[in-house]
Design a protein around this ligand. Structure first.
Ligand SMILES: N[C@@H](CCC(=O)N[C@@H](CS)C(=O)NCC(=O)O)C(=O)O
Length: 251
């Protein structure tokens, strides 16, 4: 049996995405917790594992694999049962398209809401001098002034509203896709596309923004099915490792 290790942060949805895949496959894995809120991703020991300083990273029998979507495809190729890629070529293309939508749209849409409503609550304990020390190893030092501003500025309600609008737009397209050729994002079978989008549901719920799917019945039915799967429940962030509840619920 191969040795499977996952470098992850419990409350990161890229990590959650990989944990769902591992649980769907029934694989046992060893976790290495990288506390993003303590900037452990910037420690030299982790930079030697992931040069972008992001989680997750999979170590499979000593081989390092970054990028959550690539990790999940690898896991499905290496452990084909139960299959998480449709056998039909067209549905497989659909699966990859919706994984890309998660990466390009859902991931970027929800970040400002997470930052302003949750992460700032953690970052407020850091002074500018603390941040200078903590960010010193950043692999892209040109980003440090921008990151410091992002962490130190007060919560930005406008950015949260932008998150809400972008999420609503993408969820509406997903709703249409599910209505036209569901019941899953790739079509007839549950796949890596549903797994990619599932953690966003958890974050939207946690942020108190569930009104973004009001009036999108296919999304509501889909998320009910996705979140009731045992693998989703096992992979969900443990309560003690969750970031604090939102600073302010968004109406
Ligand atoms: N495309 C990457 C994105 C990884 C990523 O940005 N991970 C976030 C957590 S969801 C992270 O580690 N952020 C820390 C940082 O940006 O400093 C993937 O899917 O694995």
């Amino acid at each position: 049996m191969a040795e499977i290790e996952l470098y992850h942060f419990w409350d990161s949805f890229c990590s959650f995405k990989v944990r769902i895949c591992l649980e769907e496959k029934g694989l046992s894995w060893k976790g290495h917790y990288i506390d993003l809120m303590a900037f452990e991703n910037l420690k030299p020991s982790y930079l030697s594992i992931n040069k972008k300083a992001v989680v997750p990273t999979l170590r499979h029998d000593g081989h390092l694999i970054p990028e959550s979507s690539i990790i999940n495809e690898f896991l499905d190729d290496r452990y084909p049962e139960p299959p998480l890629k449709p056998s039909d070529a067209l549905e497989r293309a659909q699966m990859r398209y919706w994984v890309k939508v998660e990466e390009d749209e859902l991931f970027t849409a929800i970040r400002p809401a997470s930052l302003n409503l949750m992460m700032k609550k953690v970052f407020e304990k850091y002074s500018e001098a603390d941040l200078d020390k903590l960010l010193a190893n950043h692999p892209r030092p040109q980003l440090i002034p921008q990151l410091k501003k992002m962490f130190l500025d007060p919560p930005d309600q406008k950015a949260v509203e932008q998150s809400r609008n972008l999420l609503r737009a993408t969820l509406s397209r997903m709703n249409k896709k599910l209505a036209d050729s569901g019941p899953w994002l790739a079509g007839s079978s549950y796949s890596l596309a549903d797994i990619a989008a599932a953690p966003v549901i958890d974050r939207i719920q946690r942020l108190g923004m569930t009104d973004v799917w009001n009036g999108l019945p296919r999304i509501e039915a889909w998320l009910e099915r996705v979140t009731s799967r045992p693998a989703y429940k096992k992979a969900a962030p443990l309560d003690e490792f969750r970031m604090p509840a939102p600073i302010r619920a968004v109406a």
